[in-house]
Design a binder for this molecule. Structure first.
Ligand code: NAG
Ligand code: NAG
Ligand code: NAG
Ligand code: NAG
Ligand code: NAG
Ligand code: NAG
Ligand code: NAG
Ligand code: NAG
Ligand code: NAG
Length: 898
């Protein structure tokens, strides 16, 4: 992994600690690898620290290592596998000290717990490596720079020619300063032009130039402007052709400092890395002949491998005529996998840090040593993360393992219900997270989450099963690349702990009640009446009561409601049922059905008003779905309902109308009609509901409400009252009765009393009122003695000297039904016996019999008029009643007597 040096190196992630096993003692370890020196910083030691890196020169000055400085001065900083940091320095690096085949580099590391580097601890490391002998030309291809050093040789002819004159060179060429080790100028050979730079300018441009007594050095970052890309045998090289001019005493000499490094040549087919490097590359072999390989060696992490070691790792190193080829099976020892993220997907790349050393001889340079460091990284390969759930029911815990991961991955935070939080914060949400490590260094994360954590979604599944869903997103970070990726963890556990809602139903006289006790699964279930969501609004509209107090849902529905269904029950009752369904709020799946059924006495369905109005509600029963209540009629098919709902039809009519029939007995008058339903064109009703209204003299009668076919119930009949009145009028014209306030009425013996008996209720024109007996008493009680008879069985009392006189009753504004009235006149003399006044105060009483009118002439039992022979029948077969008048005071006044 190539990571050009960063000024601040954040080594380790957020909060895990002590996890890397590395066999190092102390914070740094050293290795010498040819003309390169390597110091490895232990990740373990510098964990959780912010680092900065310095190189100390011989004078003790610290030079901070940054990207440009590293490339110019011969340093490379890379993160290696398992997160350690490798610092490499060239033997010819800017600040190394070369002496007697030993080069020494001193580095200083500052480690601070904070990014501002305050309170940093400082570590110093001085490392020395032997190196030599030097080849006339040495080329190094590092990860961030190319380096060439060539022997500085003064040809013998020139040596002979030069005399040791102490001429002040700098006076002639002020640019060539003595401090710059006698290098004067560098000339870049570019295709179009040659460009010359003075040493100081080359430094500014990022080049590294130096010269010792014996060698001249050029270091070029891969980013340098003068670099060309040149292809040879299909492989691209990064090439810099240049010549360096330097002075030797007063002679200017020139050196070829061409350098070339391959930048590609890697192929990944057949699960193998194939790295191909052409030999004798043209820029390095211009005008050269007589090539001869001296050595081809290769290794990993700058360690040379023997042929045996390579074979055991299944590496192949081929040295062919024109190319050197290395083949490394992907995954082989020496490299490692690292975590990689591509488009948010987790994957791995295999990386291996190879190097190749090629030494050859030719007739120009004699010997060249070319060292190429190649950090190879395979292509992204997506990987899957296993998520396993071990439900621990005894402690009601979900135990979820997520992994495995490579060691370069850390869990940084997690998102629960859309809220991102660090791991310690998650504890507050009940999430306990810890890491397990495996022997091979990989790891997994174990999350323990209580089933009852608020963020664990609970859903009803079926029967007694509840589904617990853990939905958490884990955010990971990779080191050192600091790529983040997320792993959504959605784990479902089925647990048998569902408590379903239960219900209790009951009725009062008017309503059906359903009380649902909530369970632990119905938080999001909604009450439905078939397909209707029963909302508060709907409830209000229909006068239902819907109340939820958190533990119970109570619903009350009136008996006569559109959502109540009715069935006949035995013969005298109706079964009313109300069905409620709980449905899932989201899927609308049916979850639970509840119903309450009650047997209703249907007496509320019929009302018999005193004035002869009957109100009857017919109910559509279950099974009569195709019955249109609007088409229900009474016996007289003109009589249609006055109020229709989907299930009910209400008729309001008078007993005189709509084909109502009557029946009599001595106490009760019974009206009968039926609610009928006909199919068009068919005169046989398919629905017939018979109902009765009884008007009882004594209000204890019980009348049936019967129906035929569908439905069969009967309902308790309605009641009415038989109302009679006995009034006294002032004149024969019967226009003005005595008002209540005028009683007692005062009458003189010569005067007459005008009586009128009336059937006030029911107002049925088919009824006849007939008088039976009329008599007077001296007290209010009808039965008190003595009694003076005025009429007997409807006939005048023949014993009376002043017989009662009947008056015809005719239709008038006041008299709608003459047959409901009887009038007769009585002279007050009737109450004089032996010229003495019998009594001062009198009450008058009449008993009446209600009969059919002449429309039913066969009703022979009714004593229609004075009919002495038949009178007894009337009494038993027809309703009869008694009426009384208020008191009448009788006065003697002789002058008025006639
Ligand atoms: C050049 O190399 C010498 C010897 O390694 C070293 O002391 C000196 O600091 C170097 N100069 C520059 C400018 O790098
Ligand atoms: C600096 O480090 C020392 C010892 O490690 C510690 O006692 C001190 O509190 C630290 N100071 C700051 C400002 O962090
Ligand atoms: C890959 O392997 C197959 C069979 O092992 C071989 O035929 C093929 O040439 C190989 N391809 C490369 C590019 O090596
Ligand atoms: C969770 O699972 C891990 C292994 O997968 C086990 O070591 C641990 O004891 C389990 N925890 C509980 C509470 O069951
Ligand atoms: C998980 O949670 C996220 C965010 O809260 C949500 O978008 C997603 O739909 C949830 N997934 C499931 C399966 O519940
Ligand atoms: C979670 O981690 C990501 C990546 O490191 C970071 O961007 C984010 O701010 C973190 N959120 C919290 C709440 O820690
Ligand atoms: C809720 O209503 C039910 C029945 O209507 C009653 O038994 C229960 O005590 C009530 N609970 C609360 C908390 O009011
Ligand atoms: C009978 O009485 C009821 C209730 O008092 C009334 O609504 C209705 O109009 C009356 N009918 C007649 C015909 O007077
Ligand atoms: C009159 O008829 C009613 C209803 O049919 C009945 O309940 C009652 O017993 C009858 N009365 C007599 C005296 O028959």
């Amino acid at each position: 992994m190539e990571l050009n040096l960063v000024q601040r190196l954040l080594l380790i992630g957020i909060f895990f600690s002590g996890v890397w096993t590395q066999e190092t003692s102390g914070p740094m370890s050293l290795a010498c690898l040819g003309n390169l020196l390597r110091i490895t910083l232990s990740a373990e030691y510098f964990e959780d620290k912010y680092l900065s890196l310095f190189v100390i020169d011989q004078s003790g000055t610290a030079w901070e290592v940054d990207e440009a400085m590293a490339a110019r001065c011969g340093y490379a900083v890379t993160y290696t596998t398992w997160r350690s940091i490798e610092f490499r320095a060239s033997a010819l690096s800017c600040h190394s000290h070369l002496e007697k085949g030993v080069f020494t580099v001193t580095i200083q590391i500052k480690a601070s717990p904070t990014p501002d580097m305050s309170n940093a601890t400082t570590h110093l490391k001085s490392a020395s490596c032997h190196y030599g002998p030097w080849s006339p030309r040495e080329l190094v291809c590092e990860s961030n720079y190319m380096e060439v050093s060539v022997r500085r040789e003064v040809p013998q002819t020139i040596k002979d020619f030069i005399q040791d004159e102490s001429e002040d060179w700098t006076l002639v060429f002020p640019e060539a300063k003595a401090e710059e080790a006698s290098i004067w100028q560098i000339v870049f050979h570019q295709p179009e032009e040659k460009r010359a730079l003075l040493v100081s300018n080359a430094w500014s441009a990022g080049y590294g130039l130096n010269a010792t007594d014996s060698r001249v050095l050029l270091r070029v970052p891969y980013t340098a402007a003068q670099i060309q890309l040149v292809e040879d045998q299909g492989i691209t090289f990064s090439v810099l052709r240049s010549s360096i001019f330097y002075k030797h005493q007063w002679v200017i000499l020139m050196l070829d400092t061409a350098v070339a490094c391959p930048v590609d040549g890697v192929d990944y087919t057949n699960k193998t890395i194939t790295w191909t490097v052409p030999k004798y590359i043209p820029p390095l072999s211009a005008g050269v002949t007589g090539f001869k390989d001296v050595l081809v060696e290769a290794g990993v992490d700058l360690r040379k491998l023997s042929a045996k070691e390579m074979a055991s790792r299944k590496y192949v190193l081929l040295n062919e005529l024109k190319v050197i080829t290395m083949k490394i099976p992907i995954g082989a020892e020496g490299g490692c996998y690292k975590t990689s993220v591509s488009n948010g997907q987790l994957g791995v790349k295999y990386t291996i840090n190879l190097f190749l050393e090629h030494q050859w001889e030719d007739n120009k340079w004699r010997r060249t040593k070319h060292t190429i460091i190649k950090e190879i990284e395979t292509l992204f390969e997506q990987t899957e993360v296993a998520i396993t759930n071990n439900l621990n029911l005894s402690v009601r815990l979900m135990n979820v393992t997520v992994g495995t991961f490579l060691p370069d991955v850390e869990l940084v935070n997690l998102t629960i219900e859309g809220i991102a939080m660090a791991i310690p914060e998650a504890v507050q949400h009940g999430y306990l997270i810890h890491r397990t490590r495996y022997a091979n260094g990989s790891k997994a994360y174990v999350m323990e989450v209580p089933l009852d954590a608020p963020s664990v979604r609970k859903e009803y599944m079926r029967e007694d099963m509840r589904a617990y869903t853990l939905n958490v997103t884990l955010t990971f970070i990779t080191y050192p690349s600091r790529e983040t990726f997320v792993i959504p963890v959605i784990v479902l556990s089925a647990v048998k702990d569902a408590v379903l809602p239960s219900a209790r139903g009951f009725c009062d006289g008017r309503n059906l009640h359903l009380i649902i006790t909530h369970g632990n699964v119905d938080q999001n279930w909604l009450p439905f009446i078939s397909d209707w969501h029963l909302t508060q609004e709907v409830a209000q509209k229909y006068n239902y009561i819907l109340r939820d107090n958190g533990t119970h849902l109570a619903i009350s529905v009136p008996f006569l409601s559109p959502h109540v269904s009715y069935e006949g029950f035995h013969t005298s009752a109706i079964k009313a049922s109300f069905y409620l369904t709980l449905k899932d709020a989201i899927t609308l799946a049916q979850r639970r059905d509840f119903s309450v059924s009650c047997i209703f006495s249907p007496s509320e369905l019929i009302e018999c008003l005193p004035n002869g109005t009957v109100i009857i509600t017919a109910i559509k029963l279950v099974g009569g779905e195709d019955l249109d209540t609007a088409l229900l009629v009474l016996r007289d098919r003109q009589c249609k309902p006055s109020l229709v709902t989907e299930k009910t039809a209400t008729f309001k009519f008078n007993v005189n109308t709509c084909g109502t029939s009557r029946k009599f007995n001595s106490t009760t008058m019974t009206y009968e009609n039926e609610v009928l339903y006909f199919r068009p064109g068919n005169d046989t009703p398919i629905y017939q509901l018979k109902f009765l209204c009884s008007y009882a003299v004594k209000q204890n009668a019980d009348v049936q409400y019967e129906s035929k076919k569908n439905p069969p119930p009967t309902i308790k009949p309605g009641f009415g009252c038989l109302a009679l009145s006995l009034k006294i009028f002032k004149e024969k014209s019967y226009s003005e009765p005595y008002q209540e306030s005028e009683y007692p009425v005062v009458k003189y013996l010569s005067e007459a009393l005008y009586f009128e008996v009336e059937l006030l209720q029911p107002k049925d024109q088919r009824l006849d009122l007939n008088l039976d007996d009329c008599w007077a008493t001296n007290s209010q009680s009808q039965d008190s003695l003595p009694q003076w008879h005025i009429l007997r069985h409807g006939c005048e009392n023949n014993k009376d000297s002043y017989k009662a006189v009947f008056h015809q009753v005719n239709y008038s504004l006041r008299v709608k039904f003459p047959q409901h009235l009887k009038r007769f006149e009585v002279r007050m003399f009737s109450f004089v016996q032996d010229t003495s006044l019998l009594q001062e105060q009198l009450y008058f009483h009449c008993s009446v019999v209600i009969c059919n009118t002449k429309q039913q002439p066969l009703d022979i039992f009714c004593p229609r008029r004075c009919n002495p022979g038949k009178h007894r029948f009337g009494h038993s077969a027809h309703p009869h009643g008694q009426v009384s008048s208020g008191p009448v005071l009788v006065r003697k006044k002789h002058n008025k007597e006639r």
